[in-house]
Write a protein that binds this ligand. Structure first.
Ligand code: ARG
Length: 562
């Protein structure tokens, strides 16, 4: 319908190309203002006339068309009121397509996305939960746009901290305790190391020596390190399973340990490396950045060196069209530095590197049952959310089948939805009351709306409805509004992919859910009149489908009953 309006306008304005007209054409905020609005301000210069006059002239010139019921001039805007029945039909047909919302944009292209990436022997905390949730959603959105996406978990499994851990383990570690308590036990000895090293600096030298041994392939050092890693992965994978998320690669920092040498050589060859107090750096003051440290005094590599090696490896392995990194905003400088070094090395593809930062998460009031002190494990938050939802179900709907499964989907969904409901860069804080509220702007509200649609269809005994319906039934305000919301889906997915912003999808899901609940309230569905019933059931089918699809892009599931 939009295309029809664009073509129609183009017939009267030769000064603008069709794509320009399309860009200018707006969807008014209120239905009283028409279905589409064309602002005439841009034309004022060309015609040397006030926008209001231009709009008036155009309006008078425009011939009636069968798809238009009227055109009005409102303060410099041309408001188009389209034939509602035809509009409803077109929206229904579009939304009924199997691939509604999908695109072929990414066909034949690969995107690498590096996210989650927890640090071995450290807990998987709420910050890592956020990169996991955002990264997973970006993966889903790009897949919907037709891209092949490689999900990479760049584990923090290499670095001097492992030298410290080995020293700590040798001095104060206990095998059984670590087997039993996992990461929590490793964190305890790590803390102990720092306390002891305050008093005795030689521990730090020992730690550095152990890390150098690791880099040189020492068997003992590597076997202890591998054990720490295995223990940590068991816990991380438990969290991923709870979230229903997977990765294509777990190549972490350690995978690049034999690939950093080549990076250092290339930097030397390009004359980019400068010695500074025994260490090697790439100076970046020309670009207003601190230097990028490449090699330490003792010859060991660091985070940035491994990231350089990883980027080059990924380009060679996947030939990505984009390589995305999802981390907290505090790593902004790190990414800017290493992207710049890639560029200085002459990699023209460095322009395809994208850092996607996000803000902090906090719990208002801070009341959370944690397993050890103040350290908040993501897994604990997820489990607490599930158990709170389980209680609500027990209270409100004790006869619901599959209560545990529903509690899991809704409990996880509540956390994910809250994390994805605002621009990434904004800090997220939450209270349980807020995110678990079935009437608020929450995951449970959207899921509940989905379950309501499912229940309507169950009661009517239908799963799908064909397109042979009386479209005049759907010209009322609530139905038209709902259809317009649903129709935005393809544009929403594209926009979210371009801006790397899942909140565009979560806001869309919320808008559809709200419009559906208004429709449900205003338009009785289970009526005698078969034509009315069928048309409305069709709208329910489409709503149900698009809600499920949109929530899936956020990593959220939909129970059929709640
Ligand atoms: N392990 C890092 C952290 O927890 C995140 C790694 C992000 N990815 C990367 N290629 N640097 O902060």
């Amino acid at each position: 319908m939009k295309q029809k309006v664009v073509q129609y306008i183009a017939g009267y304005i030769t000064e603008l190309e069709q794509p320009e007209i399309e860009k200018l054409l707006e969807i008014p905020p209120k239905p009283e203002m028409g279905d589409f609005a064309f602002p005439c301000f841009r034309l004022a210069k060309v015609y040397r006339k006030a926008p209001q006059m231009i709009a008036e002239d155009l309006k008078n010139k425009m011939e009636p068309a069968d798809f238009l019921s009227s055109v009005e001039n409102a303060g410099g805007y041309l408001n188009f009121y389209v034939n509602k029945e035809q509009f409803a039909k077109q929206m229904i047909l579009a939304a009924s397509a199997d691939n509604f919302g999908s695109s072929k944009e990414g066909e034949g292209k690969t995107i690498c996305i590096d996210y989650s990436s927890p640090n071995v022997a450290k807990n998987f905390h709420v910050g890592h939960l956020r990169t996991t949730i955002i990264g997973n959603s970006i993966y889903k959105i790009f897949s919907k746009m037709g891209y092949h996406v490689e999900r990479i978990n760049h584990l923090g499994d290499w670095g001097t901290q492992f030298g410290k851990l080995i020293v700590a383990y040798k001095n104060w570690g206990n095998k059984e305790e670590i087997e039993k308590d996992g990461v929590a036990a490793l964190m305890r000895i790590y803390v102990k190391f720092h306390a002891e090293a305050e008093k005795d600096d030689s521990l730090n030298d020992e730690a550095r020596a152990w890390f150098v041994k690791m880099e040189q392939g020492d068997e003992e050092a590597l076997s202890i390190w591998q054990w720490f890693k295995d223990i940590s992965l068991i816990e991380y994978k438990r969290t991923y399973k709870l979230l229903g998320m997977e990765f294509d690669s777990y190549h972490g920092e350690s995978f690049y340990r034999d690939k950093t040498g080549a990076v250092v050589d290339a930097l030397k060859e390009k004359d980019l490396l400068v010695e500074s107090e025994g260490a090697f750096i790439v100076p970046l003051d020309e670009y207003n950045m601190a230097p990028c440290l490449i090699m330490k005094k003792d010859g060991s590599s660091i985070y940035a060196t491994r990231d350089l090696a990883a980027a080059i490896y990924r380009k060679n392995t996947y030939d990505f069209s984009k390589c995305i990194y999802v981390t907290g905003n505090e790593q902004k400088l790190h990414f800017a530095q290493f992207f710049k070094v890639l560029e200085l090395m002459g990699n023209e593809w460095s322009k395809d590197m994208v850092h996607v930062p996000y803000g902090l998460v906090s719990l208002e009031g801070g009341k959370l049952s944690t397993r050890s002190g103040n350290i908040i494990y993501a897994e604990d938050i997820l489990r607490e959310s599930i158990s709170k939802i389980r209680e609500i179900i027990e209270e409100k709907n004790p006869n619901l089948p599959d209560k545990d499964e529903v509690a899991q989907i809704v409990g996880i969904g509540a956390i994910l939805f809250n994390d994805l409901y605002n621009q990434r860069i904004k800090d997220v804080s939450f209270t349980w009351e807020k995110i678990l509220n079935f009437d608020g702007e929450t995951g449970p509200y959207v899921q509940y709306t989905y379950a309501r649609a499912a229940s309507v269809l169950r009661k009517a005994g239908v799963a799908t409805v064909d397109e042979d319906i009386d479209y005049s039934v759907l010209t009322d305000e609530a139905s038209m509004n709902l259809l317009k919301e649903i129709s935005r889906y393809p544009v929403v997915v594209k926009d979210a992919s371009e801006k790397l912003e899942p909140f565009i999808v979560s806001r869309f899901a919320m808008a559809v859910a709200q419009a559906f609940n208004k429709f449900y309230h205003d338009c009785q569905i289970n009526v005698e009149d078969e034509a009315v019933k069928k048309a409305r059931l069709k709208v329910v089918v489409l709503t149900k489908h698009v809600l499920k699809d949109a929530l899936s892009l956020l990593g959220i599931g939909c129970p059929e009953q709640m």
